[in-house]
Design a protein around this ligand. Structure first.
Ligand code: PLP
Ligand code: ZN
Length: 372
């Protein structure tokens, strides 16, 4: 276990492992988990045949679950497809698609929920609550089930029926909120505070990023410890984007990759508070994120009051990336394009990343030669 405490992403205060739980006790900024690299060992990693994210245990702040814990123990190590047909179509040298639909419950959120569940066990929390647009809740329900913990999930009542069915099957206590994801977020924070339940909320619990960063570890390792030029990430709260960035940053700090990719955030037009702040910030230097009421059909990235917007903006700025805004029509067109291009079936939120690539290409944002 490599848990060395926390550092605030806003005010840089540091805290010991037991001195903080969610946000910064001083300024309420998002906390980064500090990782102790002392046990990192690339030769051991490359010799390891473990086909799950737990192969990165030496870079994770939680213990590995036991072998009899089903999907919790096997989560991660999804395929990274070389997609030459798509690359040709877009006139880009190389494109890889990371298929997170191949996770136990069908989304990248399993990574975050697995690590948070392990954290809950470490601190002896019997119950975990989360707000979710759907995927994070389903992932928490499944991972908590594997560990015999109780999951309470607050989702907007408009969440897709397939996701509600998954929640029911995994035995979560489901609360349908008459309102948006942002409303569910506020309610779950309140319930966590009043009832003392451990809260997984995206952007609030520092351990979600620790799970999500493993997708960057995998991309780098699957490419033979090379980093791509750019990584396109669909953005709701901005927490996946932060995870991707932290993963590459840690590998770079270890000297296992020679550069950090430019991180490209993609938001849906009807839920684009971070991308709008990015556009305004470049002109005026004011990066304030203004809350919006969401209208996109890409339900999983509908977050009007993003919980991790500040860190996402900084990650994109620090890597020389950009934000791209795509319309629902462009997102819808991306779904069959991915199906036809590489036979991956993506939900709208996931397809948004591809729509962002399509949109960024002619604008000159993509197309640097790949350094070898
Ligand atoms: C498929 C998919 N893509 C992207 C996202 C966005 O992640 P974040 O809210 O961390 O930015 C989500 C979040 O629910 C998702 O389910
Ligand atoms: Zn702080």
């Amino acid at each position: 276990m490599a848990f060395a405490g926390f550092e605030c992403a806003r005010c840089s205060s540091t805290f010991g492992p037991d001195e903080a739980t969610y946000r910064c006790p001083r300024c309420s900024g998002n906390l980064d988990v500090r990782v102790d690299f002392a046990r990192a060992d690339r030769a051991k990693l490359e010799a390891d045949r473990d086909g799950s994210l737990w192969r990165y245990a030496r870079l994770l702040p939680v213990d590995v679950p036991s072998a009899d814990q089903g999907p919790l123990r096997s989560v991660g190590w999804t395929p990274l497809y070389d997609a030459p047909r798509i690359a040709r179509r877009l006139g880009v040298r190389k494109i890889w698609i990371k298929d997170e639909g191949r996770m136990p419950t069908g989304s990248l959120k399993d990574r975050a929920s697995a690590v948070v569940v392990q954290r809950a066990r470490a601190i002896g929390a019997p119950r975990i609550i989360t707000a979710s647009t759907g995927n994070a809740g389903v992932a928490l329900a499944a991972m908590a089930r594997c560990a015999d913990l109780e999951a309470i999930v607050l989702v907007p009542e408009t969440a897709p029926p397939a996701k509600l069915a998954q929640l029911a099957v995994f035995g979560a206590r489901v609360v349908l909120v008459k309102g948006s994801y942002d409303d569910a977020f506020g309610l779950s924070e309140e319930a966590s505070r009043e009832l003392g339940w451990y809260c997984r909320n995206t952007g609030q619990n520092p351990f979600t990023v620790e799970g999500k960063k493993t997708v960057a570890f995998e991309i780098a390792e699957q490419l033979g410890f090379r980093a791509p030029d750019r990584v396109f990430v669909s953005v709701g709260d901005g927490n996946i984007l932060m995870g991707v960035y932290k993963g590459f940053r840690e590998l770079h700090a270890l000297g296992w990759i020679d550069r950090i990719p430019k991180i490209m955030g993609v938001q849906a037009e009807g839920s684009s508070p971070i991308a709008r702040a990015w556009e305004r910030g470049q002109v005026s230097g004011d990066w304030t994120i203004e809350e919006v009421v969401t209208t996109t059909m890409a339900d999983s990235i509908a977050a009007g009051r993003p919980a991790d917007g500040e860190r996402a903006l900084r990650a994109v700025r620090d890597t020389g990336g950009a934000f791209v805004i795509v319309s629902d029509a462009e997102i819808l067109a991306a779904i069959p394009a991915l199906g036809d291009g590489i036979a991956v079936f993506a939900e709208p939120a996931a397809a948004a990343a591809y729509a962002g690539l399509v949109k960024a290409r002619p604008g000159g944002l993509v197309g640097d030669p790949i350094r070898r």
